[in-house]
Design a protein around this ligand. Structure first.
Ligand code: SAM
Ligand code: 2KA
Ligand code: SF4
Ligand code: MG
Length: 235
């Protein structure tokens, strides 16, 4: 008997990729529920393997969130957000520009707990390129077009090949040199934001930006990336 795969999605939205080498690219974000490194509950944060997470990935109650019974159903919802986003945000000239590749970013929570080859194939059938934001602790299904691995100090990375490494900095037990063995096209440092700051000035992040800048100046293999969406005040 084949098992029924249900996807649990916290939220989905159309925005600009705010981080890494694809920064500035219009994208549909599909944020899966659940992570293997934190429950997502504040009371568990201090004891979590990953304790600086800036994201709510608990449940399915966010915008356009829910459970999806089939890859086709989830792919259709993603397609609708791409189409709708273009209609409400983009000008008609770019809608007419059929050279633009629709782009979906699977994130979370930890997307590799749920993303499978069938869903990736379904997105490709709809003409999408598929990006993934992962902590790198789980094997990846075939067919991902852009893989971003963001290592966490206390979690073993099993993905040794990807398009970009995006290390949140600083993590005292995860100096950038530790990840030179990951075969990637790009190596980014992303200054750690204070998860307690929802709006207003993030003093810790301001200091982490200075530290990351100094590291990149001293080690040019690493480039700085900022969370552009937070600067812009978008999702
Ligand atoms: C919320 S995670 C979800 C995907 C996956 N679980 C991961 O960790 O890569 C998305 C991205 O946000 C980054 N991130 C999480 N908390 C952050 C923080 N406080 N400051 C900067 N980046 C953060 C993660 O490292 C990751 O690159
Ligand atoms: N605009 C925007 N860009 C992002 N890049 C990675 C994100 C994530 O949470 O995975 C993210 C996000 O949440 N919003
Ligand atoms: S691994 Fe990713 S989703 Fe999980 S707690 Fe850390 S940053 Fe958040
Ligand atoms: Mg985010």
């Amino acid at each position: 008997m084949s098992s029924v795969n249900v996807y649990r999605v916290k939220e989905m939205f159309y925005s600009l990729q705010g981080e890494g080498a694809q920064s500035g690219r219009a994208s549909v974000f599909c944020r899966f529920s659940k992570c293997n490194l934190w429950t997502g509950r504040e009371r568990d944060r201090a004891d979590a393997v990953c304790n600086f997470c800036d994201t709510d990935f608990v449940g399915t109650d966010g915008q356009n969130g829910g459970t999806f019974d089939t890859p086709k159903a989830l792919a259709a919802a993603i397609q609708a957000l791409w189409d709708g986003g273009q209609q409400t945000i983009a000008d008609t000239a770019s809608v007419a520009n059929n050279r633009v590749k629709p782009y979906v970013i699977f994130t979370g929570g930890e997307p590799l707990l749920q993303l499978d080859e069938t869903l990736i194939d379904e997105m490709h059938l709809s003409g999408f390129e598929v990006g993934v934001e992962t902590n790198g602790t789980r094997p990846a299904p075939k067919g991902i077009d852009w893989l971003c691995v963001s290592p966490k100090a206390d979690a073993e990375v099993v993905l040794t090949q990807c398009d970009e490494v995006k290390l949140v900095y600083p993590q005292p037990l995860a100096p950038p040199e530790r990840f030179n063995n990951i075969d990637a096209q790009h190596y980014f440092l992303s200054p750690m934001a204070d998860p307690a700051v929802i709006t207003g000035r993030d003093e810790k992040k301001a200091n982490n930006m200075r530290l990351a800048t100094a590291y990149c100046l001293a080690h040019p293999q690493w480039r700085l990336t900022l969370q552009m969406h937070k600067i812009l005040g978008i999702d």
